[in-house]
Design a protein around this ligand. Structure first.
Ligand SMILES: NC(=O)c1ccc[n+]([C@@H]2O[C@H](COP(=O)([O-])OP(=O)(O)OC[C@H]3O[C@@H](n4cnc5c(N)ncnc54)[C@H](O)[C@@H]3O)[C@@H](O)[C@H]2O)c1
Ligand SMILES: [Zn+2]
Length: 344
């Protein structure tokens, strides 16, 4: 399956997302694969066997979100200069979203920008992070605060890489899939309720639909001036939960699952969603072993943390709410009292 990305507003960028076994990749340039020890041990041979190029280099960086910073980017850049990559050379991001975000950002910087390709190996990166061109790193002020919109030349999604993914990481990716379905496509949601994601054919179909929806959103709004913000459904609450638990207790997708349940409650209070719809979404999250509750210790401090989010412009909190299953509503005018009632 191939999904094409076409960004009309930004200099007509076009690229394809291929969902299939990894094909032979041929380059008439130098190539550097950016990966980490976990992924490289499991799958690097499989990737290398598919690559044909002038000169192949491997750059390995430590595994973990805590290394997603400028220091690591500088290390990668140094390696690329040591290996004498030129302006035509290409990078391949081989790993999860951490590798993808950092490789894209490094590609945007090296000699003012070289091409890069995404070969995502986590479900979250396959359905979300590898598509859309948001690249960047964290710093002491927060997550993803330094970066660039920089699109890959191509994305290759091969579900065989997911065979080695820990179950919790797999479920975390499903949370982002459920997010897409609730926001944009009720048929897709219905399908997910009965889908067996351990079946590769079905899994590929599900990934393809998620990528299609993300492409549809990004094509309209690459730089998040409007509809792209809808991809943050569940995230306003999730970011506070991640912050309160110091990114240690929950994987990102797990926090998103809890955030979805919390913001659904808010949607219910506002008359946007029924109890039955709320229960269906929660049941689907639970079916995939995702957490759905979180004890708010201090309502006032939880509420105040909403304002740390870089997306809360002009000190208004923007909530992305479901409007039934398959539709969304963006609101930044919700009364503090209602929000605090939900937190209670
Ligand atoms: N750019 C975007 O639009 C976007 C969207 C969502 C998330 N993100 C970013 O993505 C990151 C999260 O991505 P993630 O969830 O993929 O985390 P990750 O990259 O940290 O990967 C999770 C873990 O799985 C390991 N792993 C990767 N592939 C594996 C495989 N096939 N088998 C076994 N283990 C494997 C990794 O080494 C890591 O330990 C965050 O930094 C987030 O900010 C970016
Ligand atoms: Zn997310």
């Amino acid at each position: 399956m191939i999904v094409s990305i076409h960004l009309e507003n930004s200099s007509s960028v076009e690229y394809a997302v291929t969902i299939d076994r990894l094909p032979k990749l041929s380059f008439d340039t130098k190539v550097a694969i950016i990966t980490n020890p976990t992924v490289s041990k499991l799958h690097l041979d499989a990737l290398i066997s598919q690559i044909n190029c002038k000169d192949l280099h491997i750059v390995t960086i430590p595994d973990g979100e805590k290394y997603k910073n400028l220091d690591t980017v500088v290390d990668i850049l140094d390696e690329l200069f040591n290996k004498k990559l030129d302006r035509k050379s290409q990078l391949i991001a081989f790993g999860g979203g951490v590798i993808g975000d950092m490789t894209g950002f490094t590609a945007s910087l090296y000699q003012r920008g070289i091409g890069f390709i995404q070969v995502p190996t986590t479900l979250l990166a396959q359905v979300d992070a590898s598509v859309g061109g948001k690249t960047g790193v964290n710093n002491k002020f927060g997550k993803n605060l330094i970066g660039a919109f920089y699109q890959p030349k191509a994305v290759y999604i091969d579900t065989n890489f997911l065979d080695t993914l820990p179950p919790r990481e797999f479920s975390a990716g499903i949370a982002e899939i459920i997010k897409m379905a609730v926001m944009f496509d009720s048929d897709y949601f219905d399908f997910l309720e009965s889908a067996d994601l351990s079946n590769k054919v079905i899994l590929e179909k599900v990934i393809a639909r998620s990528v299609e929806l993300k492409a549809w959103v990004v094509n309209q709004d690459e730089k998040e001036a409007g509809i792209r913000a809808v991809l943050n459904y569940g995230h306003t609450f999730a970011h506070v939960i991640e912050n309160e638990t110091k990114y240690k207790e929950y994987l990102h997708g797990e926090a998103v699952a809890i955030g979805i349940v919390m913001v659904n409650r808010l949607a219910y209070e506002l008359g946007l969603i029924s109890i039955k719809e709320m229960n269906r979404i929660e049941a689907l999250l639970i079916k995939h072993s995702l957490p759905v509750s979180y004890k708010v210790k201090n309502i006032d401090s939880f509420y105040d943390k909403f304002f740390l989010d870089k997306k809360s412009a002009n000190s208004k909190i923007k909530f992305i709410l479901p409007n039934g299953i398959g539709n969304f509503e963006m609101r930044d005018d919700i009364d503090e009292k209602i929000i605090k009632r939900v937190l209670r």
